[in-house]
Design a protein around this ligand. Sequence first.
Ligand SMILES: Nc1ncnc2c1ncn2[C@@H]1O[C@H](COP(=O)(O)OP(=O)(O)OP(=O)(O)O)[C@@H](O)[C@H]1O
Length: 611
Amino acid sequence: AELNSDRQGLLDFASNFPHARRLNWNINTSVCTSWVGVTCNSNGSRVIAIRLPGIGLIGPIPANSIEKLDALQVLSLRSNGLSGNIPSDVSSIPSLQYLYLQNNNFSGVVPATLSHKLIAFDISFNSFSGNIPSTFHNLKGLTWLNLQNNSISGAIPSLDFPRLKFLNLSHNNLSGSIPQNLQKFPYSSFVGNYLLCGPPLNHCSSNPPSPSPSPTYQPLSPPVTQNYNATPKKKFGLGPILALAIGASAFLFLLVLIIYVCCFKRKSNAGTGILKGKVSVGGNEITSKDFGSGVQEAEKNKLFFFDGSSYTFDLEDLLRASAEVLGKGSYGTTYKAVLEEGTTVVVKRLKEVDVGKREFEQQMEIVGRVGQHPNVFPLRAYYYSKDEKLLVYNYMPGGSLFTLLHGNRISGRTPLDWDSRMKIFLGTAKGIAFIHSEGGAKFTHGNIKASNVLITQDLDGCISDVGLSPLMNSAATMSKTTGYCAPEVTDSRKITQKSDVYSFGVLLLEMLTGKTPLQYQGYDNAVDLPRWVKSVVREEWTAEVFEEELIKGQHVEEEMVQILQIALACVTKVPDLRPTMDQTARMIEEIRQPGLKYRASSESVSNVQTP
Ligand SMILES: Nc1ncnc2c1ncn2[C@@H]1O[C@H](COP(=O)(O)OP(=O)(O)OP(=O)(O)O)[C@@H](O)[C@H]1O
């Protein structure tokens, strides 16, 4: 019954807009699966999000329509031609968390009745007037508030937004001093309010600035009473009048220049979104082929989110985000993208995908399932079109194991201690073992390496890029994995669970030696890390294998030797002699918990020469 009421609300809304026919909201199709821009909860019983950005809706929001959707969490109607007031029954839907109405023609006063659950509220670039209501006080969870470019006047109330991360009140008619608790926001949050003062704008002077204040202007101190009769009136000569005229013209010229510069800046800022083709590399903005270029206009809402993802942005939000290139890997380019509402995600733009839509979607379904293990990095959303394939992940501020191991050394920071390494050995092994248990125990990873082990907040290892190798052109995927690649894998079709075990063995050696596995030249003319380690061990120089800093640690040598044995078992040349990933994980676990009494049944471990 509730879904019926949601459906009716949507139909009542659409009935007001001739363009809405394009939405394909057909009474005979399923609201949750077929209606464009509509998202339901996981059991399909309620509509929780409406995202209709830039689809040409013109006119007022009809009464008695959207307010019927009383489980709605996201309402995005931005970049349309909507006008009139925002019905208070809509803005106060109790479950509403994200309200995006920017870039429309709304007018009237800023809505005072808002859902207490609001996290983001954006009504920028409209024609709202009136004051900022003091009822905003109730919005304790607000992280994003954008009221820029309206005609809002009056003083800024001293609002307490404990979670606010983004604030923009610029280009309104606000006046008075900026409340202290908002002074931490930048100049750009307040600029363009000529009667506003105090940090980060100019300090407030005791005389209210001219021109004369608006009716709601509240002077900071009582106005200075002027006794006009007290001073004798002076007659001005031609000189001062000329000076005044020149001064006034110079001021006008300056004003025009400032307005021009502001407009120009706004235009160029609008181009920093990924869709606009500007991304930054190492902090420098560059123009590059953007990852939105293959997105068709009609497909902008087809971002597929996995269950458990708390993100509420749509594809257009993503494409407008400002982006920074994190790196170019064998599967494509990876971007860190910061969305308008402040969320940071990672977007992988796949190149050379070798499969059709159906196969891609089937693989994504498995990837979604595998991502439920704590040591497997979950995919949050994906987009597929003929020309563009995008994958969305959480951003991990801890970076990858590669940076932790090798980046730290470059920057002179303390190397990873042994306990942390043990935790990462075990976590990563468990993650890969879980991957191998999926897909009828036939699933593989195919690209295990240090940059694909992301580091969680509690310093655990989480294996990323899961399930991508079967999607890719086989030659392309092998280009960057040579140092980790098992000798039998000549192209990606030859990837097996045992070749993953080999790569994991290389990863263990990398963490023991502190050396990168690629093209290592060393003893015995060895060219890769496993061969180098084996040659050193054969010469009974075992201690030389370990990273110097590790040797300094106390009582860990025995554990290090045990891990070395496991690593060498994993990099055994003959695939069948390598342990399984599950066995490997359990062997690592047993080092710290001998009570488990696990012994690998494989002869592989006993084959390894004890160092
Ligand atoms: N979710 C994430 N959070 C933080 N950093 C990430 C994330 N995903 C990837 N990275 C980092 O971004 C960089 C580029 O990643 P990408 O996966 O494109 O390349 P790669 O791991 O070097 O190669 P490959 O494509 O073969 O996996 C790597 O340093 C990687 O560790």
